[in-house]
Design a binder for this molecule. Sequence first.
Ligand code: AMP
Length: 348
Amino acid sequence: MSKPTLGIIGGGQLGSMLSIAAKKLEIKTVIFCDNLDAPAQKFSDHFIHGSYDDIKKINEFLNKTDVITYEFENIPYQTLNTINKSKPVLPKPSVNRIVQHRLAEKDFINKLNIRTTMYSSVEDKSEINSMQDLLPGLLKTTTLGYDGKGQHLIDSIEDLNKLDIDFSKGYILEKLVKLKKEISVIITRFSDKKYEVYEPIENVHEDQILKFSSIPAEISNKILEQSKTWAIQIAEELKYVGTLCVEFFIDRNENLYVNEIAPRVHNSGHLTINAYNVSQFENHVRSVCKLEQIPLKKISNAKMTNIIGDQINVYRNRQFTQNEFFFDYLKKQIKSKRKMGHLTTLIN
Ligand code: AMP
């Protein structure tokens, strides 16, 4: 049987790494992205530039591909649904619809009896008066927020009065967790009860942007087992196909909470490229293209550093040891707070 051509919606660094992994498996890739400068086009076999609601471009993309996946979650559901009518979209669009919306996502997780932070939807400013037990809290947009964008810390009703917020856009108030640690679990599911799960990764954020990820995470066995069990439960319930990341909070009393689900390969999993026999990217391609499932083997402990903004210049001029692996995302413009590359260091 000939191998399918993989269509990837989105052309950022995750698209680049998916394309690199696909090439290794002799799978051709087509990137479809609304950014003319999308870095992933440098690594894929074909690039289509167009907006995500341009039917002509969508058809061009469909004609060139056999199976479609995506590298970011904020793609209009309509686009995924239209595409799915002619070619399979994996993970399926209904998964993306749940996860795109913070409220639907948290309701889904709680129905599985998995703990999240306490939360409530906020439709009007006056409702905050009855939400004292969620303060101090973070007011977040229900859609389109990432890396802390669209989030406001609210200590009191007065804080809210100082902000000019249009509540019709959809907001959620989440109780602030006294964080001890943040971890993530990455899982690739192939089919019913067939999955490969990576060990929990410990994550450190700076200015709400991921800065460091490392394995092993310094966590108790109980948290290790619980986080993996919950990630498996979520992937099974969604009948997920592909790589999924579950982000967790651990509070100072050793309680574990799911923060959010990313229905895609994840920044915290970059270290899997060098620390495992099969990376999260390769596993994603294997799963959505229905290739062989290979048992996961860890090669080494590792630490990944995200290179943000103009720090990239330092790395571009540096020498590396044989345990260091530098990835330059080759983005056209250097912008502050923007992920420009990463360095993975293997630790024996
Ligand atoms: P998010 O975009 O919701 O994943 O939030 C980005 C980061 O903000 C998280 O990784 C945490 O470091 C922090 N954060 C978000 N929500 C909370 C919360 N309810 N309590 C404490 N920290 C939070």
